[in-house]
Design a protein around this ligand. Structure first.
Ligand SMILES: *Cc1c(COP(=O)(O)O)cnc(C)c1O
Length: 404
C-alpha cells in the first residue's frame, strides 16, 4: 500500500488569492453595475517587446529546418545566453561571475523551490516576514520546518525576521543562527529594498557563521537608486556564501514564456564539496533545459535594442508606481516601496486589519489589492498594491481612493 509524503499534509491551505477571488466574485454578483479595478495582480500586463518577438520568430523558423533545428538544450543552458548574462548582468556591474557558474532554467519560482534539495534536512532556514511563500512551503514539503502553529501562523523550525516600518523593512540578524538565509531585494511584497552597505553586512554575517544566502533578485530591473546593489556579487565575499536567483518575468514580461537562471559560484563550498557540483548534478538528472526559442528570446533582452525597449517597459510600470504612491500620500496614507520595485506597501488607516481594509476598499472604491497578512504575520496592518495595471486603470483607482 503506498503512502503519501505526509509533509504535504502539514501545509496550511493557501487561501490568499482564492479568498480574494471569491470575495470579488461575490461582490460583482451583488453589484453587477460596478466596475472593479484590480491592483492586486502580481503578473505583468505589457506585451513582449518587439525585439523579443523578432527573435522568437526567427528561432521558430530555425526549428523548422533540419540544418538549424535544435533538440535537447545543453544541461546548463546555451552558451550564447550564458555569455550574454555574464556580460550584461555581472561583468557590467563589476561582479566576478563567469558563464559556467550560470544555470539557465524556466524561472525563479522553480529554482527558489528546488534549490533547498541540495542541502541537508538538518539545516535551519531563516526568512523575512512578510515573505514570498515559495521559500517556506518548499521547505515544508521537504520536512525541514517542524510543526505549524495556526495561532501564530509560524513553523517551529523556521526563523522569522520581521520586516516592518519599525526597522525600515531591513531584517535584523536573528538571535538564533540560521544555516540558510532567504533574502529577496527589491522585495515582494513590501516593494522596499536595502542598501548595498546593508547587503554587505549580510554577506559578512553569512561568511562569519558559515551560512548560505539564497538571494532572490527577481526585481533587479526596477532599481532606481544608486546605493542599491543589482546583484549580491557586488558585495565583497559573496562568492563564498551566496546563490543568486534571477528571472526574465518581471523585467521582460516572460511570466508566460518562462525563463530564469541561478548563479552558483564555484567558491561556495561545504568542506570539499562545491554547491555548484550538486546543482549541476541536480540539473543534469532532473531537468532538460529551457526551450531553444525562449533562450534566443532571452538573449534578445541583452541586445542594445532589447535593453532600450525593456527600459521603457519598466519605466511604464514605475510611472504607475509613482501615481499610486503620490496619490496615496496625498490622501493621507503612510506608504512604502514603489521606488525600486513595482509594489506599494501601505499602512492601513488606524491599524485596521488587512482583510478589513480589503473589504473596505472593494466596497467603497471598487478597488482590489492584496492584504499584507496573507504574506506572513508581520504583514498584518499592511496592504499591497501593484503597478502592473494599465495607466488608465491606475489613475482611476487612485482617484477613487482619494475620493473616499
Ligand atoms: C515573480 C517572482 C519571481 C519570478 O518567478 P518566475 O518563476 O521566474 O516567473 C521570483 N521571486 C519573486 C519574489 C517573485 O515575486
Amino acid at each position: 500500500m503506498f503512502k503519501v509524503n505526509e509533509n504535504y499534509l502539514k501545509l496550511p491551505g493557501s487561501y490568499l488569492f482564492s479568498t480574494i477571488g471569491k470575495k470579488v466574485a461575490a461582490y460583482k454578483e451583488a453589484n453587477p453595475d460596478k466596475s472593479i479595478i484590480s491592483l492586486g495582480i502580481g503578473d505583468v500586463t505589457q506585451p513582449l517587446a518587439p525585439k523579443i518577438i523578432e527573435s522568437l520568430h526567427s528561432a521558430v523558423d530555425e526549428m523548422g529546418k533540419a540544418e538549424t533545428f535544435h533538440g535537447y538544450a545543453p544541461d546548463l543552458g546555451y552558451e550564447f545566453l550564458r555569455n550574454a548574462i555574464a556580460d550584461g548582468d555581472y561583468k557590467s556591474h563589476g561582479c566576478d561571475i563567469h558563464a559556467d557558474e550560470i544555470f539557465v532554467s524556466d524561472g525563479a519560482k522553480c529554482d527558489s523551490g528546488n534549490i533547498q534539495e541540495i542541502f541537508s534536512i538538518d539545516n535551519k532556514i531563516a526568512v523575512c516576514d512578510p515573505v514570498y511563500p515559495v521559500y517556506v512551503d518548499t521547505n515544508v514539503m521537504a520536512g525541514r520546518t517542524g510543526t505549524y502553529d495556526p495561532s501564530t501562523e509560524t513553523w517551529s523550525d523556521v526563523i522569522y525576521m520581521p520586516c516592518t516600518a519599525e526597522n525600515d523593512f531591513v531584517p535584523d540578524f536573528p538571535k538564533e543562527e540560521p544555516d540558510i538565509i532567504y533574502l529577496c531585494f527589491p522585495n515582494n511584497p513590501t516593494g522596499t529594498t536595502i542598501t548595498k552597505a546593508q547587503l554587505q553586512d549580510w554577506v559578512d554575517y553569512a561568511n562569519k557563521i558559515g551560512a548560505v544566502i539564497i538571494y532572490d533578485a527577481a526585481y533587479e530591473a526596477y532599481i532606481s537608486e544608486d546605493d542599491v546593489a543589482h546583484s549580491i556579487y557586488e558585495c565583497e565575499g559573496a562568492r563564498t556564501c551566496a546563490i543568486e536567483l534571477r528571472s526574465f518575468s518581471k523585467n521582460a514580461g516572460f511570466t508566460g514564456t518562462r525563463l530564469g537562471f541561478t548563479v552558483v559560484p564555484k567558491d561556495l563550498k561545504a568542506g570539499d564539496v562545491t554547491l555548484h557540483s550538486l546543482w549541476a548534478r541536480r540539473h543534469g538528472t532532473k531537468y532538460n533545459g529551457a526551450p531553444y526559442i525562449i533562450q534566443r528570446a532571452g538573449e534578445a533582452c541583452y541586445s542594445a535594442e532589447g535593453k532600450a525597449q525593456l527600459k521603457e517597459q519598466v519605466a511604464f510600470y514605475m510611472n504607475n508606481a509613482k501615481i499610486i504612491k503620490e496619490g496615496l500620500k496625498d490622501a493621507g496614507y503612510t506608504v512604502f516601496g514603489g521606488v525600486n520595485a513595482p509594489y506599494i506597501w501601505l499602512q492601513t488607516p488606524d491599524k485596521m486589519p488587512s482583510w478589513d481594509f480589503f473589504d473596505f476598499l472593494l466596497k467603497n472604491a471598487n478597488v482590489v489589492g492584496t492584504p499584507g497578512s496573507g504574506f506572513g504575520p508581520s504583514g498584518e496592518g499592511y496592504f499591497r498594491l501593484t503597478a502592473f495595471g494599465s495607466h488608465e486603470n491606475t489613475l482611476k483607482a487612485i482617484e477613487r481612493i482619494k475620493a473616499l
